[in-house]
Design a protein around this ligand. Structure first.
Ligand code: AMP
Ligand code: ZN
Length: 505
């Protein structure tokens, strides 16, 4: 089903008809997590926006090839500066884990040696994949093929640096650092509005005069930094050191998607500058093709109860804290968090609230029960849904720059009043659920994974329950079952053992 699709393109600052280079295929690159801590719900809002976009395009008949990187090197703490500054985020993480180990805190036990950044990255990558799969990110099921580590693409990044130096877009400064020369790219600033004129006058404090030392222009950004003391370092013609953060996405997108210009590039709004502006400049510098991606799409930031999410405000929530009930007092099924994070338009500031989460829980519960009833009544037989008006209106809303509220407003009232033949309704339900991925996520058993990997405590109770049953101590088994139920879990015992997953509402 090909619908006329229009997306907002940050590059044009406007909505435009969506077109791809190849008839049925979309190449899409999504900036991924920096694996120095557990991913928070803001990160997942951005990742889930990309997932909804992907699933919508697939439903519309495209084959989507999506790559999402895992950043394990070179992402500095002061990443709003064109040049990056401060410390590598992996160093911050190593220090935090070292201190936790010294203090004997249990959270440090998972990483044997915090001084080994590869161990730290491995630990947070595993945690990310667990959360991402629980939330139904399709690309996480394609790990590792479509989720590359930046540290494994350093030779490809060095190749880009070499080519940029050769063709005059980059230079080695007097202190040995390799910079991209922004003045060599007249279109610098087109994506973000931070043109060189703006930057020269210090617009928005983006470029610090203090850090200019040997740079030709204050906005020149780092491609390679010789630094033998960096937490991760590689030999290079420019000295032992590490790559600039922006380089990794150009290198991995080109290597894995095999294109000079990809169809869609996604990220959060903070990625627009400097990260994506610099990606465009350096990719253009090597390929000569304009703009690296045809469509640049960015999700706006998530806020919590109307405020910016920050550790100091105490409103900073990781996805796993939400699942475990640490935010609302009761466990939250990942399908509920998924709906909560996709249900507002990606270009509006999303406001995460406990009330919103309760509403999402109710919607997911009704939707899932509706689907189960239809599956039973129709005995699994569904009619092809393409011509159904609900499907057409659902897709038309999403084709309008991913208007999710409009799409839900077609589907939810239809569900509430549905009097159609079960097999017809089931076709519609399955089609829509393939895009929203709510009921499917539960059938997939995200809840079970939760107990295995998300919460040690719950998994421990399930194990004890099974031990009690084996020992025929049914009083204890019942007490443990009740403890889980009281904590908000649905408990299932099968011959394979007991699992518990958060009740939906
Ligand atoms: P990071 O792990 O810091 O590299 O960020 C991963 C992704 O999350 C990036 O695309 C960011 O733009 C995005 N992001 C970070 N904070 C938020 C937020 N509060 N709301 C939405 N997206 C965010
Ligand atoms: Zn990126």
């Amino acid at each position: 089903m090909k619908t006329e699709i229009r997306f907002y393109n940050t590059l044009l600052h406007d909505v435009e008809p969506f077109a791809t280079q190849e008839a049925d295929q979309v190449t899409m690159y999504s900036c991924g997590p920096t694996v120095y801590d557990f991913a928070h719900i803001g990160n997942f809002r951005t990742f889930l926006f990309a997932d909804l976009l992907r699933r919508f395009l697939e439903a519309a008949g495209w084959e989507v090839e999506q790559v999402m990187n895992i950043t394990d090197v070179g992402h500095m703490t002061e990443d709003d500066l064109a040049d990056g500054g401060g410390e590598d985020k992996m160093e911050v993480s190593a220090r935090r884990l070292r201190e936790a180990k010294k203090a004997g805190r249990p959270d440090a036990a998972a990483v044997d040696d915090p001084d080994d950044p590869y161990q730290v990255a491995r630990y947070y990558t595993d945690a990310f994949l667990t959360d991402a799969r629980a939330l139904g990110l399709a690309v996480a099921d394609e790990y590792p093929a479509h989720m590359p580590f930046a540290s494994q693409y350093v030779p490809a990044m060095q190749d880009i640096v070499r080519r940029l130096i050769d063709n005059g877009h980059a230079y080695v400064a007097s202190d040995g650092v390799v910079y991209y020369s922004v003045e060599s790219f007249p279109d610098y600033g087109r994506l973000s509005g931070n043109t060189l004129d703006h930057l020269r006058s210090g617009s928005g404090g983006r470029v610090t005069e203090a850090d200019q030392n040997s740079k030709r222009h204050p906005a020149d950004f780092l491609l390679w930094k010789p630094d033998a003391n960096h937490i991760m370092k590689w030999d290079s013609p420019w000295g032992e050191g590490y790559p600039g953060w922006h380089l990794e996405c150009s290198a991995m997108a080109m290597a894995l998607l095999q294109k000079d210009v990809i169809d869609i590039h996604t990220g959060g709004e903070d990625n627009i500058f400097p990260h994506h502006e610099c990606e465009i400049a350096q990719s253009r510098g090597v390929t000569g093709a304009p703009y690296f991606a045809r469509f640049w799409m960015h999700a706006r930031f998530l806020q919590v109860e109307g405020e910016k999410m920050s550790k100091s405000m105490g409103n900073f929530h990781t996805a796993r804290d939400v699942f475990a009930g640490k935010v609302t007092g009761t466990p939250v099924h990942p399908a509920v968090l998924r709906l909560e994070l996709i249900k507002s338009h990606y270009r509006s500031h999303m406001n995460f609230t406990a009330k919103g989460l309760r509403d999402s829980a109710q919607t997911v519960r009704r939707w899932t029960e509706f689907g189960r009833r239809l599956e039973q009544e129709a005995n699994g037989n569904s009619q092809p849904p393409d011509d159904h008006p609900v499907v057409q209106r659902f897709m038309a809303a999403l084709a309008d720059d991913l208007n999710i509220s409009g799409a839900l407003a077609e589907v939810l009232p239809w569900m509430a009043n549905c009097r159609e033949k079960a097999s017809t309704a089931l076709g519609v339900f399955r089609f829509v659920d393939d895009v929203l991925y709510l009921a499917a996520l539960q059938e997939k058993g995200a809840g079970t994974r939760q107990t295995e990997e998300g919460s040690d405590e719950v998994a421990g109770l399930c194990r004890q329950l099974d031990e009690a049953r084996t020992a025929r101590d049914y009083t204890r088994a019942d007490a443990l079952r009740q403890q889980l139920i009281d904590a908000g879990y649905e408990v299932r015992t099968t011959p394979a053992g007991t699992t518990a997953h958060p009740r939906l509402a």
